[in-house]
Design a protein around this ligand. Structure first.
Ligand SMILES: NC(=O)c1ccc[n+]([C@@H]2O[C@H](COP(=O)([O-])OP(=O)(O)OC[C@H]3O[C@@H](n4cnc5c(N)ncnc54)[C@H](OP(=O)(O)O)[C@@H]3O)[C@@H](O)[C@H]2O)c1
Length: 329
């Protein structure tokens, strides 16, 4: 029987309740990664896009973070063509509060548990051209057999000068630290990060080895110093916030990832260093990282806050013997 117009008008508005979050489901083990939507920042390209495709294949609803509508559309097509669920866009430059706010509001996900994978990263933009040009010049010298240790020392001093500029520090901090935290704060304020949420970060072996409390001990090449230090600061802050919310946090630590922009830059740099010093930096593919991310989140539950290293054969709790062994570049 249909209600009369009067009855409908008199009916109380529907009560919107927050979903119940079950921490413990009787004797059943807690599901490591419930099928909540996953907000992936940095999903537009590189490893973030591979991780998005991997979780889409497993039936997770995705919210794809990128600054570019075109990149979203391209990835959306791949996901849907391969049987994944229709993803939602999160189109925002995460260094802009207004853009984060607009993208968040368009999701309409207040009070809904989410997983959060802040994989956006950057910071080399401010110095990138100069770094690339300098490395290209040294590679020519290496080919000609005229590369000297002094060339490496001069390049290192030049990169240190670039790093001392305010714009270089700002570019690295804005994205690796403030951007990912601002989105995380919005999620926390809106009840999206729950004790059953999982948070995934992806560190490089160099950022993992950088200690923001002792920046002078940073062990890697100078051109990557600010990225490494700000990234590690961001990951530590994400971990603290996750712990306060009772959410799981996995920091996957990968060496150079082949096929990415940063991976390509390191592939160009390593032969220069190896000319003078023993240098071994592992290399993994985006696929290997995506598989490791899924395996780690899907199967393991404890400890809730953990750091896991990605190797060519899977994941390991122990840091592999990666060594870039250089005070240069
Ligand atoms: N490459 C490596 O060798 C390596 C090694 C270990 C760990 N990692 C980590 O793995 C993750 C992915 O790295 P990658 O090298 O594969 O990716 P990438 O190609 O460098 O892509 C970075 C992503 O970050 C996003 N991004 C940058 N600035 C942004 C901003 N202001 N607002 C919103 N998004 C922004 C970009 O989004 P758009 O789509 O808008 O361009 C892009 O999708 C990063 O966390 C990185 O630190 C990389």
């Amino acid at each position: 029987m249909t209600a009369s117009l009067e009855q409908q008008r008199a009916a109380p508005p529907p009560v919107v309740t927050r979903p119940e979050i079950e921490l413990f489901d009787g004797n059943k083990e807690r599901e490591p990664l419930p099928k909540y939507p996953i907000l992936i920042l940095g999903a537009g390209q590189g490893t973030g896009a591979e991780i998005a495709k991997r979780f889409a294949r497993e039936g997770y609803p995705l919210i794809l973070g990128t600054r570019s509508k075109e990149k979203f559309t391209r990835l959306r097509e791949v996901i849907v063509r391969n049987g994944g669920l229709e993803p939602q866009p999160f189109i925002a430059d995460i260094t802009e509060t207004a853009e984060i706010r607009k993208a968040y509001l368009s999701l309409q996900k207040e009070g809904t548990p989410l997983h959060y994978f802040p994989l956006a990263a950057g910071g080399l933009e401010a110095t990138g051209r100069q770094v690339l040009d300098t490395i290209a010049r040294m590679r020519i010298k290496l080919r000609k057999g005229t590369l000297t240790r002094e060339d490496l020392e001069n390049a290192t001093a030049y990169f240190a000068e670039l790093n001392a500029t305010k714009s270089a520090l700002k570019a690295a901090e804005d994205i690796n630290l403030y951007g990912i935290l601002e989105v995380m704060n919005a999620l926390i304020e809106n009840g999206n990060i729950t004790p059953t949420s999982s948070i995934l970060t992806l560190s490089s072996s160099l950022s993992h080895d950088a200690d923001p409390d002792h920046p002078e001990n940073y062990p890697g090449p100078e051109f990557y110093r600010l990225v490494a230090l700000t990234k590690e600061t961001g990951v530590r802050a994400v971990r603290k916030k996750a712990a306060i919310q009772g959410a799981a946090h996995v920091d996957l630590v990968a060496p150079e990832i082949s096929g990415t922009d940063v991976g390509n830059l390191f592939e160009k740099t390593i032969p220069l260093l190896q000319h003078f010093l023993p240098t071994t930096l592992g290399s993994v593919t985006m696929d290997q990282v995506a598989n490791a991310a899924y395996a780690e989140l899907r199967e393991r539950q404890e400890p809730r806050q953990r750091t896991v290293f990605v190797t060519e054969t899977g994941t390991s709790d122990k840091r592999p013997q990666w060594s870039i062994g250089t005070p240069y570049l």
